[in-house]
Design a protein around this ligand. Sequence first.
Ligand code: ADP
Ligand code: MG
Length: 321
Amino acid sequence: MTDNTSSYIKEASDLLGTQNGSQKIWAIGGGKGGVGKSLVTSNLAICLSLLGMKVVIIDMDLGGANLHTCLGVPIPEKTLSDYFAKSHTKLDELLTPTLLPNLKLISGAQDELGIANLRQVHKSKLISHLRELDADYILLDLGAGTTSNTLDFFLSADQGILVTLPEPTSIENTYRFIKSVFHRKLALMEDFLEISPIVDKVLNSKMSEKNTPSEIIEKAMKIDPVMGQRLKNEIEAYSPKLIINQCRTQADIDIGFSMKIISKKYFGLNLDYVGFLEYDATVWQSVKKKRPLILEFPGSSLVKNFESIIHRVLNLSKKNV
Ligand SMILES: Nc1ncnc2c1ncn2[C@@H]1O[C@H](COP(=O)(O)OP(=O)(O)O)[C@@H](O)[C@H]1O
Ligand SMILES: [Mg+2]
């Protein structure tokens, strides 16, 4: 194996999140802006730190960074802008204290960088340095969009968590995100699993225009059962989590179950519906006060929703949503 090949495989492996590090990286993404990604990231991070975990939360919404407000801290002095601009800046120099002793924040860039403009070299640097942080959990708030950089951060995490609203536009956006994740994962796996010849064949065959992910896998199985099976196993093992935010009715809550079924049928992807969050006025009240929801309204039903989600994601409870 040449140095080039091994560094390529290391990079693909980093992007596919296949290393055996003990830290758990969670990436929160999907959908458009305003669906509650920052609310979810900040409150899951607080839940974890209240459980005694050492947590670092990173605002990857480059250009639109506002996670510090959700956590009730002023704009940090050093941000990811410094990390990308100055090669000697270490990731742990960016750690900013929050109201909780074992929760630290790394703030997003305050300039117009934007995640889409993040250079490959910076992305790889950040992904490979993440696991060097002294933390049990690292939570990434990915911001909106489906640029390849966002997808790569989503895929490099140990857990991908999607947040959606129970309304058609948001649901459509989430399916679009899932489909983009699938295509990006396929592209990264092609060389990693040496399956590119069959993937090329499948994509070049006459149905390529409307190939759904599950059709791609089915065709790959026909062309080469062994390679097709490897592809199928990889996809089946991949299980992003789903949270439905701003639920007002039981029908809203149930959308998570239908999304799980549809995602399996059309994308061959196992979505894990880990819970819902109610629509609740305490959210804007805490945003207005610049205080984290969980600390400001510990007895609210929204906080109970968060606790139940964290139990599901940590596998502490197998109970259905
Ligand atoms: N469960 C909820 N109940 C009430 N309002 C909410 C809820 N979730 C989010 N919001 C409102 O939506 C706004 C956007 O949420 P945010 O977490 O900033 O979304 P994103 O990070 O996806 O852009 C928040 O300022 C808040 O007022
Ligand atoms: Mg946000």
